[in-house]
Design a protein around this ligand. Structure first.
Ligand SMILES: [Zn+2]
Length: 440
């Protein structure tokens, strides 16, 4: 994948045989180490092209180097939103505006997303790094043209579609709750053979424990986990499958409520221990879930389950901050919440050598904050500037990038989320608290 560290850059920088045009020096910053939950003050960060090449108390840079004084400010790794749906080109600049330098796209039109990814890499469009599954796999057609799915009904179809998506080089395989049980197991067996990750919803006819043991890489949303922790799992699963088939949101809510009322500590402990053992990540997407599910999130964290922050729709970029706040409200520390959007996504992507912390040799994807996020997670919203692939933008230029894309297109395109069981569908990215407002 694309996160390889280029050792030659380090050598070039230290031998000064490079053009300084692409260099950036951030001075006087407090660097937040998300792994240890500590801040180190008075640090300078030298960036060459898209990489951090040196960190120290004082760094001498060539004259032409662009210098950013970050005195009194805090530097964290770029944030990742691990559950989004990229449905519109004009939503992309909103992610960096909110410090989100990477997203995991859980289902969208692969051709369009690939096109946008190419534009971002060329520099003609402002947007985050993108990991995408292309269209997610489901047992029924999508009711939303912005969220195309590949319909898979049999094990044979599952294998065929896996081969096609693998040939198209999707980053992983995304799945939705109505994927049939036998197709799911055929898919996951094929995926394991080719070292591909399968992630997303657990199909309604598969238990969370089965999905963990089949090595599904992430379980998104709390539905499957909730069912698996209920003493009434079998009965509620039948009701859940039927409600999904009917698209009956009220019945789905009833199932959720009944599951919450019948949670069993022994069942949840067994599941969470298995998830921790097999490193099955949980993406709770709390903004889309029942408030009471928060207690399960804290139990998962305590059992050693890896939590990934994912917003699933809402307002691009901004919703991730809401998710971080909900994780802290659920009982995670600010440092644990920060890790769920930095270091843990990096490990999930097998890219911890290149992203996820602020260290020499890693990608220069950074967020400069006006206040300490370890003191209050809401401080991740206080963004002074963002470094994305080595390029620094202040709040104003990031806002201009959003305006450039959104204003000509504001009536044309919306923002997607999982449907039908998981969210209210589309919502506006330019509402009253949208990305235009917090400009400073
Ligand atoms: Zn989703």
């Amino acid at each position: 994948m694309k996160w390889a560290v280029h050792a030659c850059l380090l050598i070039c920088v230290h031998s000064r045989s490079f053009a300084a045009d692409n260099d950036l020096l951030i001075r006087n910053a407090t660097i937040i180490d998300v792994a240890t939950a500590r801040g180190t003050p008075q640090r300078s960060i030298l960036i060459h092209n898209s990489q951090i090449v040196a960190i120290g108390p004082s760094i001498q840079a060539p004259k032409a180097t662009r210098i950013i004084d970050a005195g009194g400010k805090f530097v964290i790794p770029g944030l990742w939103d691990m559950h989004v749906h990229l449905t519109a080109r004009n939503q992309l600049p909103a992610y960096p505006l909110h410090g989100v330098t990477g997203v995991r796209d859980m289902g969208s039109d692969y051709d369009r997303v690939n096109l946008w990814r190419g534009e971002i890499e060329k520099g003609s469009l402002t947007g985050p790094h993108i990991e995408t599954c292309g269209p997610a796999l489901d047992g029924v057609p999508s009711g939303d043209p912005k969220l195309p799915v590949r319909v898979v009904r049999t094990p044979e179809e599952a294998r065929t579609v896996f081969n096609q998506l693998d040939d198209e080089s999707v980053d992983f395989i995304g799945i939705l709750p109505q994927l049939p049980r036998d197709a799911y197991f055929a898919l996951i067996e094929r995926a394991r053979k080719y070292y591909s990750a399968v992630a997303g919803d657990v199909p309604a006819t598969v238990s969370a424990l089965e999905a963990v043991e089949a090595r599904q890489k992430s379980i998104d949303h709390m539905s499957a986990i909730l069912l698996a922790c209920s003493t009434e799992e079998k009965r509620l699963r039948q009701a859940y499958v039927q409600a999904l088939e009917r698209g009956d949101r009220e019945a789905l809510d009833d199932v959720e409520t009944a599951a919450i009322e019948t949670l069993n500590a022994q069942k949840s402990e067994t599941l969470f221990q298995r998830m921790a053992l097999f490193e099955t990540r949980s993406v709770p997407a709390l903004a889309e879930s029942h408030e009471k599910l928060a207690t399960l999130v804290l139990e998962m964290q305590r059992a050693g389950v890896i939590i990934l922050a994912g917003s699933d729709g809402g307002k691009p970029g901004e919703s991730l901050h809401q998710e971080l706040e909900l994780l802290v409200a659920a009982g995670l520390t600010p440092a644990q919440a920060l890790r769920s959007a930095t270091l843990e996504p990096a490990k999930y992507l097998n890219a911890a050598g290149s992203i996820g912390t602020v260290e020499e040799g890693k990608a220069a994807d950074l967020v400069i904050l006006d206040a300490d996020p370890l003191a209050d997670i809401r401080n991740t919203r206080k963004i002074a500037g963002v470094v994305l692939a080595g390029k620094y933008s202040n709040r104003r230029s990031l806002t201009l990038a959003v305006r450039k894309e959104v204003l000509p297109n504001r009536d044309r395109e919306g923002v997607g989320a999982c449907a039908p069981s998981e969210s209210a569908g589309t919502s506006s990215m330019i509402g009253t608290n949208g990305p235009f407002d917090p400009v400073q």
